[in-house]
Design a binder for this molecule. Sequence first.
Ligand code: C2E
Ligand code: MG
Ligand code: MG
Length: 587
Amino acid sequence: MDTPVAENSAVTLLYVEDNQAIQKLVARMIIRRFPQLKLVLAENGQEGLDHFITMHPDIIITDIQMPVMDGIQMSRKIKAIDKGAKIIAITAFGDVDSLVESINLGINHYVLKPIKNEKLTAAIEELLKDIQMARQLRMQNEYILQMAYYDSLTGLPNRQLFKEILHQSLAHAQRHKRLLAVLFLDLDRFKVINDTLGHAVGDQLLKAVALRLKQCCRRDEEMVSRRGGDEFIILLPDLDSAQEAVNVARKIIDAFAIAFVIPDRELFINTCIGISLFPNDGDDGETLIKNADMAMYCAKEQGRNRYHLYNPSMDTHAAWRHDMENSLRMAQQRGEFFLNYQPEVNVKTGRIFSVEALLRWQHPELGLVLPNQFIHLAEETGLIMALGEWALRAACAQNKAWQGARHPNQRVAVNLSPRQVQSDNLADMVENVLRETQLAPRWLELEVTEELLLHDLETVIRTLRRLSNLGVHISIDDFGTGYSSLSYLKKLPIHTLKIDQSFVSDITVNHDDSAIAKAIITMAKSLGLNVIAEGVEAEKQMRFLYSLGCWKMQGYFFSTPVSAEEFSPFICKPYRHNKPPQNITTH
Ligand code: C2E
Ligand code: MG
Ligand code: MG
């Protein structure tokens, strides 16, 4: 029997003696000498055995000669239950048979009658030392086991334990022809939180996430484990259908909609989940984990807070990604990138006030590749730094060339990835490019996203302020989709909010979208900021926005992005002459 005990929990001593006078005397002595012990008394072997079974005392002191069941019989039964039970037998001098019997039974100590206090206390002390040592050893072993199999931060099973349990569960699933699912998930932008708010906050968040994941997994056999960093894996054995795994994934995503409360703050964090299933997606643990991981990446590519079931075409996707990454590395040297330009129009005046430069990649085999297919990869690989600088230089040079060709002056808007804005030398780089291309800073606009505001805000503000002081115009792109607590808007040196196109597409029919757009417009005005609506495709959207007081717009309705050669100040002419909104004056 191996009952775990805390190192300092009380040691229990069972004393079995039929002679009440002796029992009283000895018990008193034990209490006096060993006040830390918990003493339990019994009057015969049967009673002693019952106590042993119910409370498993650490030490048993027993008389040999007793009615009902003698000390030898009781000790035999106890040893049959627990070979390691620690017994002190009290025998009468000359009871040789009992002595021999007790030696055979492995009784630890004998004290002869009449009992001498020193002898008994010495025996007890010796056993106490053994017990203490055994407890320490057990604690150490448990600790080692804990370290080897559990994650020290969250207390969840670690990678190793997960692997072993998954292995067993797979064998079970195979035998009983059951389904099993592996869910792989990580936290979106956890690194940003760690870097910005510090590791202590990051750790608290991981603990809170671990707890919430456990709450999403109700059945005992479901196991949440931490793989490392911000990666968690969940094992769902013994399923009837894949739908059950999907249900758990949905439950997790819903659970993440609620803020994680950690000391002094509330954090919202998103997750993406990949699901692989036994037997369809692999029959060994490693394959199932790898495929769930791959499915998670696919979920990520589709946006935040999603789950994705593995399917074999993802292998091709992974290969595709790998190829893309390689050709992306070569593309810049090969001159495969170029910029298209899309005007931003003031509907009130009919004038183009800014032209957004949008990156394009002419891939030798794939043809034209749009930024959504490669910007992400460029960011992950760090290639965005050189690419972004190239785009900035090309856009500024183009705007300067238009000015030289007597186009009306307009800003050129260049998108910046968060990684660029985080870098210490962005302001220097922009200044250099402006100097080289000789474009006056006020004809440059830089578009940043709200995501940026999760980063080290002080550095971001410092960089943006330097740029703003130069005279560069700064806009927040895709506004409304990000994380913003609006309070930061006052702190930032920005000039314009660009309402994300997702609020514009259904603005005339979806009440929520129009309410959000209206709120952004009102807020921008009260903060003295410009506001532009992106993705205006139809006249009714244009009119609606106009009626809300937003008259700066961009979208296919005015012009799609076009090459530098195709671009002209009159590109929005059809709109100006054929479809002027009511009450609009055009100059
Ligand atoms: P964005 O900055 O929000 O750019 C607007 C995107 O919406 C462009 O897609 C544009 O072609 C598209 N668009 C414009 N009008 C309409 C419309 O009426 N309807 C619809 N459905 N779409 C419209 P594009 O060119 O594919 O660029 C996608 C995103 O890629 C950009 O979104 C921007 O975030 C990023 N991007 C583009 N160029 C660069 C760049 O040089 N650097 C960085 N870091 N990101 C870039
Ligand atoms: Mg943009
Ligand atoms: Mg946008």
